[in-house]
Design a protein around this ligand. Structure first.
Ligand code: PMP
Length: 427
């Protein structure tokens, strides 16, 4: 059809197409809908799945090793949850610290440790250097970028591919520049592209410390490790065991949390690190708190007595989420499957679908959609400093709206992309 051969259309044909799309767009607008595809958080239906947390202890606050969870102490968390975190990440329980409700807080603290205090004594602190840089695979997660910005860490982008960050570029950049001290990675169902890093990519990242300057750290944010939408999920290689085999385990800091498993604002976060790094991390953490919320940790241990119980729970999330993702993909396939107006990865887990318009159109599409009642994440949000150099990436988050709302919002979205593209073609 016309959209698959835009460049060969006459200006009259383009004009006719633009006016048809404008009519369609106006019809959407006239419905006066108020829809929102911005929020990467669980719906209340998903949160309901974990409401048994409330009251689950039934007055019994004693942990497996006999401590009273209500009292102070236990900086690295209760043993039941170290075991659970270790099973989720397939690492040793003694290499797990169980924190509060936010893995983001653990990441922030880890960057602070490395930047201000050093993981290897004060001389190893990044702030001893004139310039500190991080590699940021893009599109990526804006809150990672905000942490870098807060510490004045310069962000250098590297493109995401279907197998993870472009590793030839990553290695070349790290070899050429010892000021690069870290890299952000969301290795499974990456935010926002949904990509799972290939085994080869994981191995190469595990070994980056061998070619990097001193004190290099990989921030391995495994936020979506158990967030599969299919029964046959892709597997992710184990970065910590690969790093141990290569002798680079001190360069790996791995994170995850139950934020999108139980209650997003009242869950439990995990840090996995080498014995040496954990000891250093605990020391600083212990300055700021006497211990984490062990009562909540114990509640989670009761709700998820085994990793299998947790995985069964995740299937219930998938039943709610999967149709929403399918609906988004159906709209994208129907509208852009046979033309070059948009590009996206098929998504088998996580919370997002990442859509690329043709260059220069993302902000236009976001504005058009907003005017027709569909709120989208601001264009640029998936890039450091909020600047997408090609202005083409849009993050779609379908978890919160109802199925009907996702359907209606996506119908509007595709019209906006088509209209913006045809108008650009018209010049
Ligand atoms: N990492 C990624 C990649 C995320 O998408 C999110 C949530 N949007 C987080 C971390 C935040 O996790 P937490 O709630 O554990 O801080």
């Amino acid at each position: 059809d016309a959209l698959s051969q835009l460049s060969s259309l006459s200006s009259d044909q383009l004009q006719a197409l633009a006016s048809a799309l404008t009519t369609e767009y106006q019809a959407h607008k006239d419905k006066g809908l108020k829809l929102d595809l911005t929020r990467g958080k669980p719906s209340s239906e998903q949160l309901d799945l974990s409401d048994a947390l409330d009251g689950i202890l039934n007055g019994d606050y004693t942990t497996a090793n006999g401590t009273d969870a209500r009292n102070y102490g236990g900086i690295d968390g209760i043993s039941e949850l170290k075991a659970l975190g270790a099973e989720i990440l397939d690492v040793k329980p003694e290499q797990i610290l169980v924190g509060g409700n936010a893995s983001l807080a653990l990441m922030f603290q880890a960057v602070m440790q490395a930047h201000v205090f050093g993981f290897n004594g004060p001389e190893s602190a990044w702030n001893k250097e004139t310039t500190v840089k991080f590699l940021c695979p893009v599109p990526g997660y804006d809150r990672h970028f905000s942490i870098c910005e807060t510490f004045g860490i310069e962000m250098v982008t590297v493109p995401m591919t279907a197998t993870g960050p472009d590793m030839d570029q990553v290695e070349a950049m790290i070899k050429a520049d010892s000021q690069i001290k870290g890299i952000w990675c969301v290795p499974k169902y990456s935010n926002p592209t949904g990509v799972v890093y290939s085994d080869d990519t994981v191995k190469r990242i595990a070994e980056l410390a061998k070619i990097a300057g001193p004190n290099f750290k990989v921030f391995w944010d495994n936020a979506y490790i158990v967030h599969d939408l299919t029964d046959t999920p892709k597997t992710l290689a184990n970065i910590m065991s690969l790093a141990e085999a290569a002798g680079t385990e001190d360069s790996i800091l791995q994170f995850c949390s139950t934020s999108k498993i139980s209650h997003a604002g009242a869950g439990v976060a995990f840090l996995n690190a080498s014995t040496a790094n954990l000891a250093t991390f605990k020391k600083l953490l212990g300055i700021g708190t006497i211990g984490p919320d062990k009562v909540n940790q114990l509640r989670h241990a009761k709700l998820f007595p085994t990793v299998d119980a947790l995985k069964a729970h995740m299937k219930k999330h998938a039943e709610i989420l999967q149709p929403r993702f399918e609906c988004v993909l159906k709209h994208l396939n129907e509208a852009f499957g046979d033309n070059t107006l948009g590009a996206w990865e098929s998504v088998e887990g996580g919370y997002f679908i990442s859509f690329d318009t043709q260059p220069g159109l993302a902000s236009k599409v976001v504005t058009l959609a907003a005017e027709a009642g569909v709120k989208l994440t601001p264009a640029g949000a998936t890039f450091p400093y909020g600047k997408d150099p090609e202005d083409k990436n849009i993050r779609i988050a379908p978890s919160v709206p109802t199925m009907d709302e996702v359907d209606a919002a996506m119908a509007i979205f595709v019209t906006c992309v088509q209209l913006a593209t045809v108008e650009q073609q018209l010049g």
